[in-house]
Design a binder for this molecule. Structure first.
Ligand SMILES: Cc1cc2nc3c(=O)[nH]c(=O)nc-3n(C[C@H](O)[C@H](O)[C@H](O)COP(=O)(O)O)c2cc1C
Length: 372
């Protein structure tokens, strides 16, 4: 089933493989280049490409050198990427990202404190910033609680970014609601201690993300909106809270009502192994399309599709080192291992230099097969 066409609302995908969003930190001033376009084009044979997390505003950034989509120059630069992917028959969504508290003052305008639902430090969390003049991994800063009036401004920033994305030629956008960033911080009662209508009950904690979806739907259409979530994920100092199942049950029904393009479940490592019933339950609660990501193999992806638990299978790391992943999985060719040292950073090594299988010499093919 993996290689069959799929209709994602109004968008025809050539297969059910998705490129998971992956930060590669290779953009200056949030601007995309021909090199970035080549990277995405090399991977455009998947049914749907989702770009790396992309900043929606100046204060949404937690890492140096990630792209943005909040000003005209950034928006214009993304046209290189969307054109390159479309030229290969691919489809592409961009991931709209606000990191909330997972940031450092050096990444914030005027070195202000990052904003979050509440002023709670992510103790076990680092960002990529500048400390004492040196660039590198830094402990995130303590955030300040966002004022209620500012929440409307953040929602407007999502809308602007969504409109810019359509202007840049994207087929749609994915709201980053996973991995302990701003949306996730609102959902979780341990990071959201607000006493206004954005904190407290499940309905209140979910209000922010649903308002983001509603505002974006009005601006660009619900069929162009996906959302990524990571239930039970603990990345960036997040907890598994008491009413987590009820929260996702509620979100699933609200997402269904809004008739968006998809929900993207990101398994940080326990969803499939320890919470398989969650996947089954979520399928029952949510009536739309489900993308699943996290440690997938061809076999696992096929199983989840055959059992009708998911609609699309997203791959992350395998696509960094195998631009032709679709062909490799189709033909059971061996996969090229990735190099973690070049996941992030400016070098083109480990970015656009991974070969397709059919470009390898017979000798290299043999060596790869033996190493697998
Ligand atoms: C280098 C790297 C960068 C990532 N950046 C993002 C990101 O910007 N947004 C996001 O939602 N997930 C991000 N992820 C998570 C991936 O989208 C994916 O869910 C994860 O790698 C698990 O899938 P895999 O086992 O197929 O790699 C990143 C993962 C990697 C390895």
């Amino acid at each position: 089933m993996l290689f069959e066409k799929f209709n994602l609302k109004n968008i025809e995908l050539s297969n059910r493989l998705v490129m998971a969003p992956m930060t590669r930190s290779r953009s200056k001033n949030g601007i995309m280049t021909e090199t970035n376009a080549e990277y995405y084009q090399q991977r455009a044979s998947v049914g749907l490409v989702i770009t790396e997390g992309t900043s929606i505003s100046e204060n949404s950034m937690g890492y140096l050198y990630v792209p943005g989509i909040y000003n005209a120059a950034q928006t214009e630069s993304w046209k290189l990427v969307t054109k390159a992917v479309h030229a290969k028959g691919g489809k592409i969504f961009t991931q709209l990202w606000h990191v909330g508290r997972v940031s450092h003052i050096s990444n914030q305008p005027n070195h202000f404190d990052p904003i979050a639902p509440s002023a709670i430090l992510a103790k076990e969390s680092t960002a990529w910033g500048i400390e004492n003049g040196i660039e590198g991994r830094v402990q995130v800063s303590t955030p300040r609680a966002v004022f209620k009036a500012e929440i409307k401004e953040i929602i407007q920033a999502y809308v602007k970014a969504g409109l810019n994305a359509i202007e840049a030629g994207f087929d749609g956008i994915e709201i980053h609601g996973a991995n302990g960033y701003l949306v996730d911080q609102f959902l979780n009662p341990d990071t959201n201690l607000r006493t206004d209508e954005y904190g407290g009950s499940i309905e209140n904690r979910a209000r922010f993300v649903l308002e983001v979806i509603d505002a974006l739907s009005t601006a660009i259409g619900a069929d162009k909106i996906g959302i990524r979530v990571s239930p039970y994920g603990t990345q960036h100092d997040m907890s598994v809270y008491d009413d987590i199942t009820d929260m996702y049950h509620y979100l699933a029904s609200e997402f269904s009502k809004r008739d968006i393009a998809y929900v993207h479940l990101h398994d940080q490592g326990t969803l499939y192994s320890e919470h398989f019933d969650f996947i089954e339950n979520f399928r029952g609660w949510y009536t739309g399309n489900i993308i699943f990501a996290g440690f997938l193999t061809k076999e696992l992806a096929e199983q989840l599709l055959e059992k009708n638990l998911i609609d699309l299978a997203a791959f992350g790391r395998p696509l960094i080192s195998n631009p032709d992943l679709v062909e490799r999985l189709k033909n059971n060719y061996p996969l090229n291992p990735g190099d973690r040292d070049t996941y992030y950073g400016f070098s083109s090594t480990g970015y656009i230099d991974y070969p397709n299988y059919n470009e390898l010499s017979e000798e290299d093919k043999k060596a790869l097969a033996e190493s697998n």
